[in-house]
Structure formats: structure tokens, C-alpha cells
Design a protein around this ligand. Structure first.
Ligand code: PEP
Length: 251
């Protein structure tokens, strides 16, 4: 999208211990990378690593995010993490509504919307994930599902600074499968139209990431598609070399 700075975001999911922080140092120490110059980069680490990750890349062109936050600021919610806690630990972003959260924790659009709002309340940028299942794709209802998730998961008040949308077809996550470029183009165009319709100029500038089996080998093609303003990368973000190779699609 013209005038939109791309973002390549990694999602480590439930992977990583202290030694994984070396990967972050490799990313920031790479000379002549597109990161910082042409694009923004972010790694969403497990909650246990947010503090150490943020410390280890402080002052560098790599941001650190969380993968989920609770809808509330604090309270009797054993095992949960609030947006304020992530922010305090050094995160700048939080993923909400990842399909694994929607599936494993039965998160609805209403819950995802409340989490996005909670993230904003903590001063975090919310990366709101949406995407159809394989059955929905086969039934031809992809665009309807996407439209419904956009309305249900994005709170009023979203703007280009506090919100990023990630289109992640559920069947493409961790499977090695990707939609065709035409399919990605169609969905991203429909998301752009919905965002512009609802949020005006801000909707026109809001980043729309593609996620689902992005790898070094397909990054140039996927990231070159109209209205694809970057990627949300799972498996290929675990190794710095792969993450950097994906970022190089912008060089
Ligand atoms: C993700 O978890 O957001 C994701 C896209 O995973 P992968 O890249 O491994 O498909």
C-alpha cells in the first residue's frame, strides 16, 4: 500500500527459552538488512521472554510483542497476562485473536475485540488476526467470514497507529500450504475496502499483514501482492536466518 511502511512480524508461539534470545541478536546485528531502513520488524515472544527480549534489543530496530493479553487490566485470573504487564515488560505490540487462541481457548470475536481494546489501554498496538477455516474456504464463504470477523473483532476507535490486521487463513498456518496470489489479493482487497469504509483515511493506511506458511522461498511473491503490507510469520521466525531472508524480500 503506498505510504505504508511494511512490517515483518514473527510469532514464536509456545517456543523459546533464554538461549533463543541469541536469534534476536543475530537479527539486529545483520548488516545492510532492510530492517529499520525500509521496513519495521517485530518478534512476538512467549510472555516469559518479553522482558529479556526487550532488554536484549533495546535501542535496536526490532520491536518485541506479546502473543495474547487478557481483557482486563488486572484481577483474579490465574495464569493470565494483562496488556499492562506486557507493556511494563517492554512489549510494544500484542497479537490478539490468533486462530490457535480462537480454537484452543474458544475465543470469540467479542473476546478478541475486548482484548484489542485492553491492548490499546496499555499503550500496545493490537495485531488482530482473522481468517477462514478450510471448510469455510471450500464452502465459498471466505469473504463473508472475513467481513464478519472484521466487524466483530476490531473495536471502534481503531486507527492506523493502534491497529494492524493480520489475514491468516487457518488452513495455511503451519501447513506449508498458501493461498494463490489471486486469492490473497482478493481477500486483502476486501479487507482494505471494509477498513476504508469503516475507518476512512485511517482504514486506507492500516497495515494488513498476510500470515500462513510464509517462508523465504515464497516471501517475494506474497509480499509483493497489492494491499499486503507485511507478514506474520510463525515457524520461519524461529530461526534468525529465515526471518532475515523473509525481510530481504523488501530489499
Ligand atoms: C502464525 O502462527 O501466525 C503463522 C502464520 O504460522 P506459520 O508461519 O508457521 O504458518
Amino acid at each position: 500500500t503506498p505510504d505504508v511502511r511494511p512490517l515483518v512480524a514473527g510469532n514464536w508461539k509456545m517456543n523459546g527459552t533464554g538461549e533463543s534470545l541469541d536469534e534476536l541478536r543475530i537479527i539486529v546485528n545483520r548488516p545492510n538488512s532492510a530492517i529499520g531502513e525500509k521496513i519495521d520488524a517485530l518478534i512476538c515472544v512467549p510472555a516469559t521472554l518479553v522482558f529479556r527480549a526487550a532488554q536484549s534489543v533495546e535501542g535496536e530496530a526490532l520491536s518485541i510483542g506479546g502473543q495474547d493479553c487478557h481483557t482486563k487490566k488486572s484481577g483474579a485470573h490465574t495464569g493470565d497476562i494483562s496488556g499492562d504487564m506486557l507493556k511494563d515488560a517492554g512489549a510494544s505490540h500484542v497479537i490478539v485473536g490468533h486462530s490457535e487462541r480462537r480454537t484452543d481457548h474458544a475465543e470469540t470475536n467479542d473476546v478478541v475485540r475486548a482484548k484489542a481494546r485492553a491492548g490499546w489501554g496499555a499503550g500496545l498496538v493490537a495485531i488482530i488476526c482473522i481468517g477462514e477455516t478450510e471448510a469455510q474456504r471450500k464452502a465459498g464463504s471466505t469473504l463473508d467470514i472475513i467481513a464478519e470477523q472484521l466487524v466483530g473483532s476490531i473495536p471502534d476507535g481503531a486507527n492506523a497507529n493502534n491497529t494492524i490486521v493480520a489475514y491468516e487463513p487457518v488452513w495455511a498456518i503451519g501447513t506449508g500450504l498458501t493461498p494463490t496470489s489471486d486469492d490473497v489479493r482478493e481477500v486483502h482487497a476486501s479487507i482494505r475496502a471494509a477498513l476504508t469504509g469503516r475507518f476512512g483515511a485511517d482504514g486506507a493506511k492500516m497495515r494488513i499483514l498476510y500470515g500462513g506458511s510464509v517462508k523465504p522461498a515464497n516471501a517475494i511473491e506474497l509480499l509483493g501482492i497489492e494491499n499486503v503490507d507485511g507478514a506474520l510469520v510463525g515457524g520461519a521466525s524461529l530461526k534468525a536466518v529465515d526471518f532475515l531472508a523473509i525481510c530481504e524480500a523488501y530489499h
